[in-house]
Design a protein around this ligand. Structure first.
Ligand code: FAD
Length: 344
């Protein structure tokens, strides 16, 4: 088949990789100037793979897609031509003394939702004694309470975005090419219609007006902390906001993320800087001497219900609304989309 993909973000790259490997002729269109231009939210993401922790704001479908994706990422990474850092050592939920009330509410919610979906697998948060926390993460000093989520992981999103594009054979990448509309078998690019056997519309926040998608602003920081021992993602359960810290090779800690109902793409604000970095420092005091080497803001594509949507009809597939869990669910959604395309 000759296939058009509108959008070279996370979904677009995954689709291009899979479809090109399956022998199809693939054209990808994106307004970005080149393959490394950082317009897509996929570049900015911290790369937490958190099926259980995301249940705080997600449903059973996202949870199941997340569990499936946890099995798919290692298989995908094994097929890439360049290495991608990815680990499945679990994650920790943390709370400071005094915040145990609100933290317990989140823990109970996650336990109830995960248990209600899959009581057989021990997915619920496991309370950690202080000694065990010290063994697992010696640099965590501030929080008094900790829970382990053993089935969670992380992926280096920048490496994965690069590797997916570099490992997709014979794909024709059309940069500086904004898709104005996508319909069954047709994309309209800069005023001209182009015909294909099948079209994938994965334009994220660019899919308006065909989808009622909005952007939700998120800000992150990269801290360079040579010598810091951090083995897995941490989430601080703060009564006012969520803060996470994700280790990334070679010596970085990604701290994120704000969640603001705005499509403002301007640089990170003073308020987010103060809140996120103060919270990160309260978890790992050693970060006081880390260096802020990068900060970034971007827009998470979200639909009105904040849930993902996959629509297939002959000649056209739309996938959107991956919101804050794109890296957690995209491989499973792409798997589902390709199966649906073949059966239509
Ligand atoms: C700060 C932040 C932190 C995050 N952290 C995590 C995390 O830890 N874990 C997790 O699972 N997820 C996380 N996410 C969410 C994840 O990044 C997104 O869900 C995911 O990137 C969505 O993938 P997508 O392909 O739909 O959209 P995108 O990755 O945004 O790609 C959309 C693409 O469409 C292109 N496009 C737009 N308009 C057009 C047009 N007219 N024509 C053609 N192409 C177009 C864009 O240029 C872009 O390349 C985070 C996001 C942010 C912003």
């Amino acid at each position: 088949m000759t296939i058009a993909i509108a959008g070279a973000g996370l979904l677009g790259r995954l689709l291009a990789f899979q479809l090109a490997r399956a022998g199809h002729t693939v054209h990808v269109f994106d307004p970005a100037a080149h393959a490394e231009a950082r317009g897509a939210a996929g570049w900015t993401a911290a790369g937490m793979l958190s099926p259980v922790a995301e249940l705080e704001c997600a449903d059973e479908n996202v949870f199941r897609l997340g569990l499936r994706t946890m099995a798919l990422w290692p298989q995908l990474i094994a097929q890439l031509d360049v290495p991608v850092e990815c680990a499945f050592d679990g994650s920790l939920l943390l709370a400071h003394r005094g915040d145990e009330g609100s933290a317990k509410r989140v823990i109970d919610l996650l336990a109830a939702k995960a248990g209600g979906i899959d009581a057989s697998a021990s997915l619920a948060p496991q309370l950690l004694a202080a000694e065990r926390l010290r063994q697992l993460e010696p640099s965590v000093r501030g929080p008094a309470h900790a829970w382990l989520l053993p089935h969670e992981g992380r992926i280096h999103t920048v490496q994965a975005m690069q590797a997916l594009a570099a490992s997709a054979p014979r794909v024709q990448w059309h940069w500086n090419s904004s898709v104005e509309s996508a319909a069954p078998g047709v994309v309209r690019v800069q005023g001209a219609e182009q015909r294909f056997t099948h079209v994938f519309d994965v334009r994220g926040t660019g899919a308006r007006p065909q989808l009622p998608v909005r952007g939700v602003r998120g800000e992150i920081f990269w801290l360079q902390a040579p010598g810091l021992a951090l083995h897995r993602p941490l989430r601080l359960l703060h009564p006012r906001y969520r803060v996470y810290l994700v280790p990334r090779a070679p010596d970085l800690v990604v701290v994120g993320a704000s969640e603001i109902e705005s499509e403002d793409r301007s640089p990170v604000s003073v308020r987010s800087t103060v809140e996120l970095l103060a919270a990160a420092h309260s978890v790992i005091p050693e970060l006081a001497e880390a260096r802020i080497v990068h900060s970034e803001s971007n827009l998470r594509p979200a639909l009105p219900d904040n849930l993902p949507r996959l629509e297939t009809q002959p000649g056209l597939t739309r996938i959107n609304g991956l919101f804050r869990h794109g890296w957690l669910i995209a491989p499973a959604l792409v798997e589902q989309a390709l199966q649906e395309m073949e059966t239509r």
